[in-house]
Design a protein around this ligand. Structure first.
Ligand code: FE
Ligand code: FE
Ligand code: ZN
Length: 291
């Protein structure tokens, strides 16, 4: 079964129930959310009543809760020594919130070393992850493959492998691929099977827990990280369809993080429909604007 969804909102008043309703309005059978604003640390207590209603709703609308993922806020930077204690304690809190919600996977940007160098950066990420993954949590952290913008760590398979090698609790660490980031980092998405062959040799395909499906505004190796709507970027519709339907990825969630059209209209309902039809609609953007 294909599990496809997008990132959706999560707010104080409707919490997980609101996220489910939004995902369902896109025709999704999974989704990803931040437990609050991605760029700040304001977090509200989880309301179990809303969580239970959300779980009931998911069954009704055909969303598979076991395929739902959370994205950790990107202000967490385990590389940065000045913010290390804060990042660790905030990430710990996030893992607890995610666990309380009943979600099993959390996507995390490895971090940016901001001048410390890649080796020190990786060392710090490993220390932080080992403090968070203390053997008691039931949440698996998925390290996202990054575009290599600025001093981002995790834009090569080797860096991701070195982090995983240092993590003690191997059963709770995995990887989240991001097609835009992979392209921008220099991995061609024109032959995804070749990428998977290499990944399997170095890290192991079984470590992949999620894939972000995005087109890219930029060319291979640009190190930019600017997402584009499906079929409207340099990866193109056919390559993305081959990736989405690649059977070697099994039933891991495919999550769209493509931009809103004119910063206003969410494209997900239309992109999901187009993906299910496997047929590119060059008029999609206009269609979304008129909706
Ligand atoms: Fe991300
Ligand atoms: Fe992503
Ligand atoms: Zn990105």
């Amino acid at each position: 079964m294909l599990y496809i969804g997008s990132h959706v909102g999560f707010n104080k008043n409707s919490q997980l129930l609101g996220s489910v309703l939004e995902a369902s309005s896109y025709g999704a059978n999974t989704f990803m959310f931040y437990t609050g604003a991605p760029q700040n640390t304001m977090r509200y207590p989880i309301d179990d009543k809303l969580t239970n209603e959300a779980i009931k709703k998911m069954k009704e609308v055909g969303i598979n809760f076991s395929k739902v993922v959370v994205h950790a806020p990107y202000i967490i930077n385990l590389c940065n020594e000045a913010n290390f204690d804060f990042s660790v304690s905030f990430l710990k809190g996030e893992v607890e919130r995610v666990s309380k919600l009943g979600v099993k996977y959390m996507v995390l940007h490895p971090g940016s070393h901001v001048g410390l160098g890649i080796d020190k950066g990786i060392e710090n990420i490993i220390s932080g992850l080992n403090l968070v993954l203390d053997g008691k949590t039931d949440v698996t952290i998925l390290l996202e493959t990054m575009a290599g913008k600025g001093s981002e760590v995790g834009s090569t398979m080797d860096e991701i492998k070195r982090i995983i090698d240092g993590v003690k609790d191997k059963s709770h660490i995995g990887v989240c691929l991001d097609t835009c980031h992979l392209n921008d980092a220099g991995y061609s998405m024109e032959d995804f099977d070749k990428y998977l062959d290499e990944f399997d040799k170095i890290i192991g395909i079984d470590k992949i827990g999620c894939i972000h499906i995005n087109d890219s505004k930029n060319i291979l190796s640009s190190h930019k990280d600017r997402h584009e709507n499906i079929g409207f970027g340099t990866l193109g519709f056919d390559n993305l369809i081959k990736i989405i339907y690649n059977e070697r990825l099994g039933e891991i969630p495919r999550i769209l993080e493509t931009p809103y059209v004119d910063r206003e209209y969410p494209p997900y309902k239309y992109e999901i429909e187009m993906i299910r039809n496997k047929k590119f609609d060059e008029n999609l953007i206009n269609k979304i604007k008129q909706s």
